[in-house]
Structure formats: structure tokens, C-alpha cells
Design a protein around this ligand. Structure first.
Ligand code: ZN
Length: 194
């Protein structure tokens, strides 16, 4: 087991996860979303795809047993253990533009924080894919409007993802304390290779 990296509130970290290794993502205090993105370690033109993941699982929600697909339809990760079961596959990372548009607030979001973690690997803001949003609780209303609800994750709940290829992974501790996304407060996320 690797040493746990604690991702401070409103920040992100990047790690390498080799094929066959399992990354555990822990919601340390509960009700905290973790945006997860990944790239083929040796070819960053292959990266996680929300849309390909939805269509290959034929669902807008995945949990234990679900597979995370790349833009090239290859399996990147499998969810091998899941203590929560409610995650989002619909939303982009929160970002400066959306905070300004919805809340008239000038701040950075997960997009900017994921970029900070990945730029050392040569990945820029325009190359960050829409994430797998662990612990984020969303739904579609009857009129198909998007909804964000309080996460159902409790303190120390975790999800484990086993790599099916060598991956560069980045995880952000979501920066949204303005609505129900993280229960109104931002707390740390733990990641470790188990
Ligand atoms: Zn966020």
C-alpha cells in the first residue's frame, strides 16, 4: 500500500497508477466530491471519456463493476469496490467560467486545479476531459433539467478503481461550497494505491 496522499480542499493531485494496481479514493469527512480524470500514461491523446463510459455501460450512472472507458473505447479502470454507489457521469469539472456565470463569483474550480496538477505532465487546460465525479449525487428531473443533490457518502467511505492500463490520474477535491454539491463545505480527499 502506498502512503495516502491527502488532497487539500479546493486542490488536486496527480499520480501514476500502473495496470493491475488499485487506487482507493476516500471521502475523509463525508459529503465531498472528488473529480477523477485519467490519461494513458504513454499517450496522452487517449483519455477518460464520460460519453464513451455512459454508452459502453448503457447508463448515466456507474458503481461497483462499472468500467471507465477512454475516448478510444478502451477500458481504463474498473470499479472493483464501492462503498457509496452514487457518482456523477454528467457534469464537467466546476470552473472559473461557471462560477462567474451562476454565482457571479471570481474563483477557480476543479478544472483549474486539475490543470495545476497535470501541467507538469504537459497537459493544458484545454485537454482536461470531463471527469468521473466520485461521490457527486446528480439526477435528471422529469423535464430533463440537471439536478445536484447532497452526496450520500459518509466519513471514510471509499471507492476503489483498478487500472486496466498504465494511467496518469488526477483527482481534485471539489471546490464548490456554494450549493449542495459538497454539502456546503469543502473537505479533503484521500488517495492511495492499495
Ligand atoms: Zn468541483
Amino acid at each position: 500500500m502506498s502512503e495516502r496522499i491527502v488532497i487539500a480542499p479546493k486542490s488536486a493531485e496527480a499520480v501514476i497508477v500502473k495496470r493491475g494496481q488499485t487506487l482507493r479514493v476516500t471521502d475523509i469527512e463525508g459529503q465531498q466530491v472528488a473529480d477523477f480524470v485519467c490519461f494513458n500514461e504513454t499517450d496522452h491523446a487517449e483519455y477518460f471519456s464520460q460519453a464513451k463510459t455512459r454508452i459502453n455501460n448503457w447508463s448515466a450512472r456507474i458503481a461497483q463493476g462499472g468500467l471507465l472507458y477512454s475516448n478510444l473505447n478502451n477500458v481504463m479502470f474498473e470499479i472493483t469496490t464501492d462503498k457509496v454507489g452514487v457518482h456523477d457521469l454528467l457534469f464537467p469539472p466546476c470552473n472559473r467560467f461557471i462560477y462567474k456565470k451562476i454565482f457571479n463569483d471570481d474563483r477557480t474550480g476543479c478544472l483549474e486545479h486539475l490543470t495545476s496538477a497535470l501541467e507538469v505532465h504537459g497537459i493544458g487546460i484545454g485537454e482536461i476531459p470531463d471527469p468521473f465525479n466520485l461521490f457527486m449525487n446528480t439526477s435528471l428531473a422529469e423535464d430533463q433539467a440537471l439536478r445536484i443533490h447532497l452526496p450520500v457518502s459518509k466519513a471514510d467511505d471509499y471507492t476503489e478503481l483498478t487500472a486496466r492500463m498504465d494511467c496518469l490520474v488526477a483527482v481534485s477535491s471539489c471546490a464548490d461550497d456554494l450549493d449542495d454539491c459538497n454539502g456546503g463545505r469543502c473537505t479533503p480527499i484521500g488517495i492511495e494505491v492499495v
